[in-house]
Every structure is written in C-alpha cells, then in structure tokens.
Design a binder for this molecule. Structure first.
Ligand SMILES: C[S@@+](CC[C@H](N)C(=O)[O-])C[C@H]1O[C@@H](n2cnc3c(N)ncnc32)[C@H](O)[C@@H]1O
Length: 247
C-alpha cells in the first residue's frame, strides 16, 4: 500500500477511536446524533476509506458473481438497461458494466465515498468506454427524482432493503414504478423473519407477507426466487413486476 494511503487509513482509524471510543460505540453514537440514512451513509463512507470491499458487505468476488449470474439467468442481456439501487463500491456493478452495452448501467448510492471508489474502479478496470452513470443520491431518499423519468428493463437492490427501516421500504414501493417500464423486473434481497425486527443497528428483518402486501398496495406482484439464489448468509431474493405483467 502506498505510504500516503497507509497514513490516511491510520488517520481515519485514529480519528474514529479518539472521537467515540470503540468502532461499535462510534456507530451507536453516529446513529444517536443523526437521522438513520445520514448516519448509515457516514458510517459506510468512513469504512470505505479503509476497507472498500468489506464496507459494503465483503465476499467481493462471490457476491459480485452471484448477482451477475442470477440476473443473466433471469434474462438480462447486453442491450437491456439496469438500475443498481445502492450500488455501493460496484461489487456487482463491475460485472454488469462489463457485460452491458455502453450507457446501459446506472448505479446510485447515498455514500459519496462509494461512488468515488466506483468511479476509480471503472477507470482501473478499463471500463470507461462503457459510460456507466454513477451518482450520489444527495437527498438520500428513494423517490428517484434524479433520474427524471428514465426507466429501466432490470432493477436491482442487493443487500439494500436488509439495511432499510420501514419508512424507506414504503417510500421505495411508492416510487419504484416511476423507473420501471411496463415489463420491467425489479429484484431485491431482504432478511426474512416471522416478524419485523430491527436486529442490529443497521440490519432489519421483514416477513414476506409484509413486503407482498406493500407491493400489492402499489400495483405490483412479487415472486420468491430464493431457491435460485444461494446467498451465503441466507438473504432472500424477490422479483417485483407490475401486476399482470407476467409472473
Ligand atoms: C450492503 S451495501 C450493498 C452494495 C451493493 N448493492 C452490493 O451488493 O455490493 C448497501 C448499499 O446501499 C446503499 N444504500 C442504502 N440505502 C440507500 C438509499 N436509500 N439509496 C441509495 N443507496 C442506499 C448503502 O450506502 C450501501 O452502499
């Protein structure tokens, strides 16, 4: 690791420990002092400086390939357009960008450092000619206003709803239709549970029935594809389509 980068990592870790004590205390304090998504993005930002792969969940190669292979199996082809909601540091994005035709990949995230890392990665992996659209969601909401009426064939939120509180999930279902075509498929993963549970500072479980009824309320049907998605820690994979669009 180059000296300057090493020193900047050391500074970041020392800053965190000096300000809050232990890393766990730092995250707790962050969440006590800010709104959930602001605290979450600041936490992700701080980790990306030192551990860009683990900050978005780790298993870099395995999880990148899993999401890519799954969408290709579900029909993703180079001419399709894809919206990667909460694209992080492009664990899956790097595979999609390489595969899709130029201009067909769009990824956004609430973490500015994730997008900064993603842009550098695109250069390092010589993918700039694929002209991926990468942007920071400044408002940190799921209203898709930055996309100004653009629609996509495929949409993906891998390991995103697992970290979202109920109000963000509702906002997502309220607005996802704006960026979907008549026959689009939106795939997302979540942690399943018999009851809603906020089980650690940044992790949530939801019952399938809750997600299904939210989807129905907004004119969608859902289908469970978890049997075709061997996620290493058991996240479930769901497809959302417009009601009557072919499930
Ligand atoms: C666990 S990471 C997964 C990243 C990526 N999907 C992957 O599989 O590598 C979750 C990402 O979702 C982002 N995120 C969470 N809530 C978001 C929101 N409301 N809008 C956009 N991004 C969000 C986080 O900043 C983080 O980068």
């Amino acid at each position: 690791m180059p000296y300057m980068k090493y020193m900047s990592n050391v500074r970041e870790i020392v800053k965190r420990i000096l300000s809050w004590g232990s890393p766990e205390k730092y995250v707790r304090k962050l969440h006590e002092s800010k709104k959930y998504l602001e605290a979450y993005s600041e936490h992700t930002d701080s980790r990306i400086t030192t551990e860009p792969h683990n900050a978005i969940g780790g298993s870099w190669e395995e999880m990148g390939k899993l999401q890519f292979d799954f969408l290709v199996k579900r029909g993703l082809r180079p001419h399709h357009t894809l919206l990667d909601v909460g694209c992080g540091t492009l664990r899956g994005g790097r595979h999609f960008i390489k595969y899709l035709n130029a201009g067909n990949y769009t990824g956004f995230d609430i973490s500015p450092k994730a997008i900064e890392y993603g842009r550098k990665l695109v250069e390092e992996e010589r993918l700039t000619d694929k002209i991926p659209v990468l942007f920071v969601s400044e408002e940190k909401n799921l209203k898709f206003e930055e996309l100004r009426g653009k629609t996509f064939d495929f949409l993906l939120a891998q390991s995103v709803l697992t970290h979202l509180p109920p109000e963000s999930i509702e906002e997502l279902f309220e607005n996802i239709g704006k960026v979907m075509k008549e026959k689009s498929s939106f795939y997302f993963t979540y942690f399943d549970g018999e009851r809603y549970k906020h089980f650690s500072i940044e992790d949530f479980r939801y019952p399938f029935s809750h997600l299904e009824s939210l989807a129905k309320e907004h004119g969608f049907s859902v289908k469970d594809y978890s049997n075709e998605y061997p996620h290493p820690i058991g996240q479930k994979m769901i497809e959302v389509v417009r009601h009557g669009a072919g499930l």
